[in-house]
Write a protein that binds this ligand. Structure first.
Ligand SMILES: CC(C)=CCC/C(C)=C/CC/C(C)=C/CC/C(C)=C/COP(=O)(O)OP(=O)(O)O
Ligand SMILES: O=P(O)(O)OC[C@@H](O)CO
Ligand SMILES: [Mg+2]
Length: 253
């Protein structure tokens, strides 16, 4: 048995020795391949560390492939799949967050979809990165689609218990998710307690729209910040670039 980290995971750990990271989420359901490519190109120029691709609805098949290909053609950033199910796998991606929604009430999102996607990941040679995915209130679309029992915002200890359980189950990343487009990001107290308890890198996303919010999440203990809606809904590519710069500055200082 070979216990070695893959290329993308090693890249993440190497970079984390020096700085906090910014991953930009592109939802193939919301952008054309051209726009996705443009966002990826600008992201790289601004200093973003990786592109995540996924959505809870409609991010599959040709639509997904087209967007991942466009991203690969326009930037050299690692492209990491962030699948809503085993349908969210593209052969063109570098890696996949092989995630289990630990606080789902539906075994499909804990182990079922993973079993259905495992052979596809192997066949395509995509690097799987095991990740504990935790939905915090309000949870938005992904909370509903994933049959989650969202962690109450004022109960950081529940989040910490799930996060530690994820680490003990062998997951090498923990993702605290408030839901894409959430009116509020994950609370700082929750980020701090989770970070204090786990040893693996902590990803935080959902509702982070400003440089200040990104900075606060980093200050609280987040290692990697994910942003999507703020860039997607910036209004123009020019404004998207400004937003990318603002968020990146908040994260990198
Ligand atoms: C690893 C494999 C093969 C499957 C994992 C499947 C799991 C556990 C999925 C978790 C539940 C889920 C629906 C996750 C979606 C994650 C995601 C891409 C969120 C961001 O998407 P949104 O932007 O909220 O999507 P919409 O824009 O469609 O609302
Ligand atoms: O779209 P936003 O709110 O930035 O959320 C990003 C990510 O956490 C969603 O899965
Ligand atoms: Mg979305």
């Amino acid at each position: 048995m070979k216990l070695e980290l893959g290329r993308v995971e090693s890249y993440i750990h190497e970079k984390l020795k020096r700085e906090k990271l910014h991953f930009v989420l592109i939802d193939p359901d919301d952008v054309t391949p051209d726009v996705a490519g443009e966002i990826a190109r600008m992201s790289e120029e601004v200093g973003v560390d990786a592109i995540m691709v996924g959505g809870s609805t409609g991010a599959e098949g040709d639509v997904l492939d087209g967007v991942v290909k466009a991203i690969k053609e326009s930037s050299s950033l690692p492209t990491i799949l962030f699948p809503g199910s085993h349908g969210g796998i593209s052969r063109h991606a570098d890696a996949i967050f092989f995630m289990s929604l630990l606080n789902s009430t539906n075994p499909f999102f804990i182990t079922g979809s993973q079993a259905l996607g495992a052979f596809t990941v192997k066949r395509y040679g995509i690097e799987p990165i095991p990740m504990a995915y935790l939905i915090v209130e309000p949870g938005e679309t992904v909370g509903w689609v994933g049959d989650a029992k969202p962690i109450p915002r004022h109960k950081p200890k529940i989040a910490a218990a799930y996060a530690l359980a994820g680490q003990y189950l062998g997951m090498r990343l923990v993702y605290l998710e408030a839901g894409s487009g959430s009116p509020k990001p994950v609370p700082s107290e929750m980020i701090s307690l989770v970070k204090h308890v786990i040893d693996v890198p902590l990803i935080v996303g959902g509702g982070i729209r400003t440089g200040e919010q990104a900075r606060n999440a980093v200050k609280a203990g987040a290692d990697i910040i994910v942003t999507g809606t703020a860039i997607e809904k910036a209004g123009s590519l020019e404004k998207a670039r400004e937003k990318l710069e603002e968020l990146n500055k908040g994260i990198k200082g």
